[in-house]
Write a protein that binds this ligand. Structure first.
Ligand code: SF4
Ligand code: SF4
Length: 161
């Protein structure tokens, strides 16, 4: 089974502003916070690399972002300013349960139980005609069929479950 690798796209953290709340300031670059989904209290410490740029008062909370999400770096990656002290919820979070690759490039992913996220027309067509036509009530069998259909058609499947 493959290990889930985060691509640091930041999308999941851009929706977390309504759940991750700062509840106190514990010292320079140290906070108390709560994650409202898992109901965890945590004590985030801003990583040294971000201390010059991080400003809790200026973060884009109004846009729905988690207050600890940094703006994109030069490579378009969105890092968490407190990555070493994040709550369990963030540590365990996987945005997708499978990714599908064509020629080592991500062609799509499985979100939720049966939702394909992809811009690949051939993959979408396979999904409609050979994946979603398989009964989903036996989910393990459904996933095995999905892996077979995709690998028979030149896709590599990473399963993170
Ligand atoms: S967990 Fe997924 S959505 Fe969140 S930053 Fe990583 S790749 Fe992006
Ligand atoms: S604490 Fe970090 S990993 Fe968790 S939602 Fe906020 S920015 Fe994302």
């Amino acid at each position: 089974m493959a290990e889930f690798e985060c691509t640091v796209c930041g999308r999941c953290c851009m929706g977390m502003g309504r759940y991750v709340k700062v509840t106190g300031v514990m010292g320079p670059d140290k906070y108390a916070a709560i994650h409202g989904i898992s109901n965890e209290t945590f004590y985030p410490v801003v990583l040294k690399a971000f201390r010059g740029d991080f400003d809790i008062d200026k973060k884009k909370v109004a846009m729905g972002w988690c207050p600890f999400l940094m703006d994109a770096d030069d490579e378009g990656k969105y890092y968490c300013a407190v990555h070493d002290t994040i709550p369990e919820f963030c540590r365990k979070y996987k945005c997708v349960s499978m990714r599908f690759y064509k020629s080592e490039t991500i062609a799509g992913s499985l979100r939720g139980r049966t939702t394909l996220v992809s811009d690949d027309g051939a993959l979408k067509s396979l999904w409609d005609n050979s994946v979603m036509t398989f009964p989903v009530d036996d989910y393990a069998a459904w996933k095995e069929n999905l892996k077979k259909v995709l690998s028979d058609n030149g896709y590599t499947v990473e399963d993170y479950d």
